[in-house]
Write a protein that binds this ligand. Structure first.
Ligand code: FAD
Length: 542
């Protein structure tokens, strides 16, 4: 009985709102703002104790964005983007969190947000064309629309290692970091995981801990951030040209202006190619991928970029054996999320840092006092999991979402997520997923993709209300067509060549499907606009 509270005795009243939004990160906050502007009654549920999403949870030392802050921010309010000042090229987590708190206050969003409340289930009531949403405080609410702003990288994942519970020291996950911070002074610390979070947290912990052991299974490709204070001249230029700059970004592949060299990496002489990679390396950031037009398209071209990064690792890390162990091989650069670092490779020159190759000698057990690999035992005071997320689908399938006929979303997606445009699912009327699987999402500057989805969804809801429709649902044919198209686009890229979280490979048993749409945000936006312009082609409205 969805109306019963958790203890099952007194029935909680069933509230009614026009829309429920789940999550209060960049996506949920902006969705709330747009729906309020349309005059809807909205309730936002957020599991965390504050707004900010990713930037509320990921408080580990070294946490920053890896897209420049002037791009990694909202564009919807010209006043906000003119008045806010970022202090660094890549803002730290506390600064991004302050920004999102400012947004919540500035646009008077907080009154509509219920914190510390997790949505546990939602079922579509076919007779009423409404969703009934259940939360972990035992309450239920009925909503005309249900919008999932639950985040692509919010369902943290801890590997299932034997003995985990036996560990007598402190355990942390980068995305559930204690609010008061952690003091590693004098401690022997182990970090498991060398993806984007690991690459950020490792140099920071190394500066504090007595000893740091980095347990690496798959080496990552990382490019230097070249972070620095934001230059006043750059800021004023951006602010003078913001509208045009943002518009250009929306039309690119990744939602950031990258200045792609149109040539093939293979058509330029080796010395010139090297100079080009070196110049991008000096600039810092993910623009490295744009050094040549085919870096992400041709395996051979990609290998020239990969080998350049390996040469930088060899030039940076003094011990040749460690440099080799840090050098990624066997998958193309960029097909696992390209890391952006501050002093990552340099960290392995420190006396107090040891790289442990757990591909060569796998972790066998976590013990009361530390960790044992096949070949050695490590005594540890603290263990840090930088092991990432059940990406893209995890936050959705952890909720018991039931569509028409009571069908659970998790069952529907057993062979991989299937959506129409990454924003809707056949059989799940009036449900929208912001940056859902099948949309560019994590292949892009997330804020560009979030704003595009939020605006599209708000426009869609306005359209339905103006015309008196109560229900919108993706047709099975449209979903089928989009899945086929997304798979075809994926097949033309290098992404399927890597065992990455993009394809679900980090979660045992998760089907191998490239989840983000690889066709680029510019082309994707046009497609979404065309769908809307055709009266929501591929959807049935009633
Ligand atoms: P989130 O910020 O993840 O917010 C989702 C919220 O939903 C969470 O607060 C969660 O608690 C809540 N929630 C989930 N399920 C439930 C439920 N059942 N009930 C109630 N609440 C729920 N992207 C970039 O483009 N550039 C970057 O530089 C970048 N850096 C990143 C760095 C880190 C450390 C991480 C983890 C991610 C980074 N990302 C980056 C991706 C980042 O997640 C997005 O940029 C963006 O913050 C996503 O916003 P969101 O609102 O969609 O999701």
């Amino acid at each position: 009985d969805v109306q019963s509270n958790r203890s099952g005795d007194t029935p909680a009243p069933l509230g009614r709102v026009d829309a429920v939004v789940v999550g209060a990160g960049f996506a949920g906050l902006y969705m709330l703002y747009r729906l309020r502007r349309l005059g809807l009654s909205v309730r936002v549920y957020e599991a965390g104790g504050g707004v900010g999403g990713t930037w509320y949870w990921n408080r580990y030392p070294g946490a920053r964005c890896d897209i420049t802050s002037m791009d990694y921010s909202y564009s919807f309010s010209p006043e906000l983007q003119q008045e806010w000042t970022w202090t660094e090229r890549y803002a730290t987590q506390p600064e991004i969190l302050r920004y999102l708190e400012h947004v919540a206050d500035r646009f008077e969003l907080r009154a509509h947000i219920q914190l510390r409340t997790r949505v546990t289930a939602a079922a579509f009531d076919e007779a009423a064309d409404r969703w009934v949403i259940r939360t972990d405080d035992g309450a239920s609410v009925s909503a005309g629309f249900l919008i999932m702003a639950t985040g692509c990288l919010s369902a943290a994942k801890v590997p299932d290692i034997e003995g985990l519970e036996a560990f007598g020291g402190e355990r942390y996950h980068t995305s559930h970091w204690p609010h008061g911070g952690v003091d590693f002074t004098g401690k022997r610390v182990g970090v498991i995981g060398t993806g984007s979070s690991g690459v950020q947290v490792i140099p920071a912990i190394a500066e504090q801990a007595a000893r740091l052991f980095v347990f690496q299974r798959t080496p990552c490709f990382s490019v230097p951030a070249r972070n620095a204070p934001l230059e006043a001249a750059h800021e004023s230029w951006m602010k003078a040209n913001y509208a045009e700059h943002r518009q250009r970004a929306r039309e690119t592949r990744a939602g950031v202006i990258m200045d792609v060299d149109p040539r093939s990496a293979l058509e330029v002489p080796p010395e010139e190619r090297e100079r080009a990679y070196q110049a991008r390396w000096e600039q810092g950031g993910t623009g490295f991928l744009a050094t040549f037009s085919d870096v992400m398209r041709s395996r051979e071209a990609n290998e020239t970029a990969a080998e350049f990064v390996r040469s930088r690792i060899r030039a940076t890390v003094r011990d040749p054996a460690v440099a080799e162990a840090l050098s990624p091989r066997g998958y193309p650069l960029g097909t696992r999320r390209l890391c952006v670092d501050t002093g990552y490779y340099e960290t392995f020159n420190r006396e107090n840092v040891t790289l442990v190759d757990v591909k060569a000698s796998p972790i066998e057990e976590i013990t009361k006092t530390g960790l044992r690999t096949r070949s050695a035992e490590y005594t540890l005071d603290s263990l840090v999991f930088a092991t990432g997320f059940d990406a893209m689908t995890g936050a959705l399938t952890r909720i018991e979402l039931r569509g028409r006929g009571g069908e659970p979303l998790a069952a529907r997606w057993a062979d991989g997520p299937r959506t129409y445009l990454g924003v809707a699912v056949a059989g799940f009327p009036n449900l929208f997923t912001i940056t859902g699987p099948g949309s560019p999402s994590v292949f892009s500057n997330a804020i560009v993709s979030i704003e595009q989805h939020v605006e599209w969804i708000a426009d869609c809801i306005a359209y339905l209300r103006e015309r008196g429709f109560a229900c919108i649902e993706a047709t099975a044919e449209a979903e089928e067509g989009w899945v086929a198209h997304a798979n075809e686009v994926a097949g033309g890229t290098l992404y399927p060549l890597a065992s990455s979280w993009y394809v679900g490979a980090n979660i045992p048993g998760k089907p191998r499907v490239l989840m983000p749409y690889a066709g680029g945000v510019g082309a994707y936006r046009k497609r979404c606009e065309a769908v809307a312009a055709q009266g929501y082609e591929g959807f049935s409205l009633s």
